[in-house]
Design a protein around this ligand. Structure first.
Ligand code: AMP
Length: 216
């Protein structure tokens, strides 16, 4: 099964993808995560992507398409794949179609999580994570039980994503509106696009996604 999660930054794609991995044994491929690990390892791709990511713009299509196509090939035996943060441009959506056709795969669901801009700013400006175990938190909605101590690993080290700063966030939202939102008609014409209210409680959003998958 191939499932694409679409939505603006902060719409909840990563959170829902993680739950789907646990519930259905699917593999999550997040291009944002892949790029962050390339930046960390200072690979050639990471060095090219670093500044672009810090500015909130999109990394060029050719680099993204090459990176994801390697990963999709590696996961060809998986139960299913969740694409989180890819495709983000029409060019990427078209390249994905070609990649999947070559592997005799097809897109089963494209799920758009709809969240308004005010909520996105509130969600992203408050989020942080444990530096040691990666557990995600939010100042307002999901703070650690004991302030300053990670619930999971008891670490006292926390990190914020540098691209969650107000200025970069504005650029990330513009990139979404000006480039990524354009792929919605591409998928709705194909008849595989479904929209879910991403403003609802996380559990409700998850139940809606499950209904779509289980209805197959
Ligand atoms: P994300 O974690 O999905 O919010 O991605 C973080 C950043 O990585 C984005 O703001 C882009 O700079 C870059 N990025 C991630 N996925 C893509 C993609 N599919 N196309 C272009 N740039 C991407």
């Amino acid at each position: 099964m191939i499932l694409i999660l679409l939505g603006a930054p902060g719409a909840g794609k990563g959170t829902q993808a993680e739950r789907l991995v646990t519930a259905y044994g699917l593999v999550q491929l997040s291009t944002g995560e892949m790029l962050r690990s390339e930046v960390k390892s200072q690979s050639e791709l990471g060095q090219k992507a670093k500044e672009i990511m810090e500015s909130g713009e999109l990394v060029p299509d050719d680099l993204i398409i090459k990176m994801i196509s390697v990963r999709i090939s590696q996961e060809s035996d998986a139960e299913g794949i969740i694409l989180d943060g890819f495709p983000r441009t029409t060019e990427q959506a078209k390249a994905l179609d070609i990649m999947l056709k070559e592997k005799d795969l097809r897109i089963n669901h494209v799920i758009q999580l709809e969240v308004n801009e005010e909520e996105i700013v509130e969600r992203l400006s408050g989020r942080f994570s444990c530096t040691d175990c990666g557990m995600g938190y939010h100042e307002k909605f999901a703070a650690p039980v004991n302030k300053g101590i990670c619930d999971k690993c008891k670490s006292t080290n926390f990190t914020r994503r540098s691209d969650d700063s107000p200025k970069t966030l504005r650029n990330r939202l513009s990139a979404y509106k000006e480039q990524t939102a354009l792929i919605l008609p591409y998928y709705s014409t194909k008849g595989c696009l479904k929209s879910i209210d991403g403003m609802a409680e996380m559990d409700i959003v998850f139940d809606e996604i499950k209904k779509m998958i289980d209805g197959d």
